[in-house]
Design a protein around this ligand. Structure first.
Ligand code: HEC
Length: 129
């Protein structure tokens, strides 16, 4: 009897917990790249100002490590990468694997979030001046 009550309680609590989560699984899907960029990247990047990481306006299509005025790691400067959907996706998945010795201590494991952010960065290219 005791066991049953305990189990009911745990199930009830688990249900409550699940209900209290705002659609965890679906949240990323519906979110715009801009919001994800702000949430995941803006601690270190902005579009138009250098922070801990370089400004990312127009990064899509740009050569890696090529912005004047930002102190890149030697590794990134020597990488000869060009940022496109493929290189950005690999970079965000695991920078260390793409450019060993780089300075970006960050990984984005969710493929749908990477795709949304890359689409957002690509769109920023159009408004670059
Ligand atoms: C913990 C801080 C940090 C976070 C979070 C971070 N970055 Fe970075 N990022 C850096 C640093 C530092 C560099 C410079 C790396 C180097 O010089 O080796 C960099 C470099 C880059 C570059 C290369 C830029 C160039 O001019 O070649 C891209 C692209 C980039 N980050 C995209 C992103 C995106 C998109 C996100 C969010 C999903 C993100 N970063 C999150 C710190 C960060």
């Amino acid at each position: 009897m005791k066991l049953t009550i305990t189990s009911c309680l745990s199930v009830g609590l688990a249900l409550l917990w699940i209900l209290a989560q705002p659609n965890r699984g679906q949240a990323a899907e519906g979110e715009q790249g801009k919001e994800l960029f702000e949430r995941r990247c803006s601690g270190c990047h902005s579009l138009d100002k250098d922070k801990e990481g370089p400004r990312l306006q127009g990064v899509y299509g740009r050569a890696a490590g090529s912005l004047p005025g930002f102190e890149y790691s030697d590794a990134l400067k020597a990488s000869h990468l060009n940022w496109d959907a493929d290189t950005l996706d690999r970079w965000l998945t695991d920078p260390e694997q793409v450019v060993p010795g780089n300075d970006m201590a960050f990984r984005l494991v969710k493929a749908d979030e990477r795709a949304a952010i890359i689409a957002f960065l690509k769109a920023q290219r159009a408004v670059e001046r």
